[in-house]
Design a protein around this ligand. Structure first.
Ligand SMILES: *Cc1c(COP(=O)(O)O)cnc(C)c1O
Length: 349
C-alpha cells in the first residue's frame, strides 16, 4: 500500500501489469486483463467476442445472478438449460440444445462451487458446434480437470476477486482471461472507455479497471498464498467427506479426473432445510444457500430469456442446497464442530 501511495500512480500502472503477469503464470499462461469486478469481466469477454444485440446465450439458471446480468448487459438474451447431479450446467442437455439450435453461438458455462465441468466434453462442444465460450471461473480459480485449468477451453474466461472468492481482494476486482492476444487487446480497450489510443474512442467501452492498490495486495499477499489456501480447503473437504454421516444429507461428488477448488461445500438436505440451518446456527455454525432463486425466476429479468423445460434439477438445488463453512482459516476444532452439528440433526420432513 505504501509502495502504491508513494508511486503516485493509482490506475493502470506497473502493479496491475505485474499482477496480470503473475496471474497469467498461475493460470496456465492465459493472458490476464484486470477489471473492476467479475460482472464486468464477463460482460467485457462477451463483448470482445462480438455478441450481437439480442443474440441467444446458453447458460445455467443456478449461479450468481451476475452471470445472467452480464449476458443482458452485453446485449444478449439468456437461454437456460438444466443442471447435472452436482448442480453444474448439464453438458448432455447443452449438446442436444446446440445441435437443434444453430442460432445459439454463445455459451457461458459456470464452474460452480469450485468444481470443474468436464473440460474434454466442453472442448468437444466448442469444436463440434463452433461455439464462442466464456467460462465463468468466478468460483473456480485453482480447479482443474484432467490436469488442465478451468478457463482454458473457452475463447475467454472471467473471474472475480470479490472478498469471499477463493482469491479474494480487499474489495472488488476481477479479470478476463484468454489465450488469444487480439481478444486480450480488445478486452483492455473495453475496460478503459473503448479507447484504442489515448483520447481515441473506437467503440463504447466501460470504466472497469483493477486498481493498482488491489493489484499490489493481490500479487504480494494473496496470489502467493493461493496454493496454501487451496490445500487447506482440500483438507477441510476431505474431513467433511469422510466424517459427515447424516443420511438426510447428500454430499457432493466431484467427477473423477477433476481437482475441485472447493470454493464452497454444497450439501443437499432431505427434509426441512430451514430447520437444518437453524439447528446449525444453534451450534454456532453459519450456513448459506447457493442459490435459493434461479436466475430465470428473478424479477429483474422481466420475462426475458428462454428456458428449456422445467429445470427439475436446478429447482431441486434451489430448494434443498445448503453450503456449510468452507474457507482456509477454519481450524480443525471448528471443522469438528461443523461435522458434529451436521451429524446431530435428526431431520424433519
Ligand atoms: C461472484 C460471481 C460473479 C460476479 O463477480 P463480482 O466480482 O461479484 O461481480 C459472477 N459469477 C459467479 C459464478 C460468481 O460467483
Amino acid at each position: 500500500m505504501q509502495r502504491v501511495g508513494e508511486s503516485g500512480w493509482l490506475i493502470l500502472g506497473s502493479e496491475v501489469k505485474q499482477f496480470e503477469g503473475a496471474l497469467s503464470d498461475y493460470w496456465d499462461g492465459l493472458e490476464a486483463v484486470g477489471c473492476g469486478n467479475g460482472l464486468d469481466a464477463l460482460e467485457i469477454a462477451l463483448r470482445s467476442l462480438g455478441l450481437k444485440p439480442g443474440e441467444p446465450v446458453l447458460t445455467t439458471p443456478l449461479t450468481a445472478y451476475a452471470t445472467t446480468l452480464a449476458i443482458l448487459r452485453a446485449g444478449g438474451t439468456p437461454v437456460f438449460a438444466d443442471v447435472d447431479s452436482q448442480g453444474l450446467i448439464d453438458l448432455e442437455q447443452t449438446s442436444e440444445i446446440v445441435s437443434k439450435r444453430p442460432d445459439i453461438r454463445f455459451f457461458v458455462p459456470v464452474h460452480l462451487y469450485g468444481f470443474s465441468l468436464d473440460l474434454g466434453r466442453l472442448q468437444e462442444l466448442r469444436r463440434g458446434h463452433d461455439l464462442r465460450i466464456v467460462e465463468d471461473c468466478a468460483q473456480s480459480i485453482g480447479a482443474r480437470f484432467g490436469g488442465r485449468a478451468t478457463g482454458t477451453v473457452g475463447q475467454m474466461a472471467a473471474t472475480s476477486f470479490y472478498p469471499t472468492k477463493t482469491l479474494g481482494a480487499l474489495g472488488d476486482g476481477g479479470a478476463v482471461l484468454t489465450a488469444d492476444p487480439a481478444l486480450a487487446l480488445k478486452a483492455r480497450q473495453l475496460r478503459d472507455y473503448g479507447q484504442t489510443e489515448k483520447y481515441v474512442h473506437t467503440f463504447h467501452g466501460l470504466n472497469s479497471r483493477l486498481d493498482e492498490l488491489h493489484a499490489a495486495v493481490l500479487a504480494d499477499s494473496l496470489l502467493v498464498r493461493l496454493p496454501t489456501f487451496l490445500e487447506r480447503r482440500k483438507k477441510v473437504a476431505g474431513r467433511y467427506l469422510e466424517s459427515l454421516s447424516n443420511p438426510k444429507l447428500t454430499l457432493p461428488s466431484p467427477p473423477k479426473g477433476s481437482e475441485p477448488a472447493w470454493h464452497l461445500f454444497p450439501l443437499l438436505v432431505e427434509g426441512d432445510r430451514a430447520d437444518f440451518q437453524r439447528h446449525l446456527l444453534h451450534a454456532g455454525v453459519r450456513s448459506g444457500q447457493h442459490y435459493p432463486r434461479l436466475a430465470n425466476d428473478q424479477q429483474a429479468l422481466g420475462g426475458k430469456g428462454e428456458t428449456f423445460g422445467e429445470l427439475p434439477r436446478a429447482r431441486e438445488f434451489a430448494a434443498k442446497q445448503v453450503s456449510i463453512p468452507m474457507h482456509p482459516y477454519l481450524t480443525d476444532a471448528e471443522v469438528d464442530r461443523v461435522i458434529a452439528a451436521c451429524n446431530s440433526w435428526k431431520g424433519r420432513p
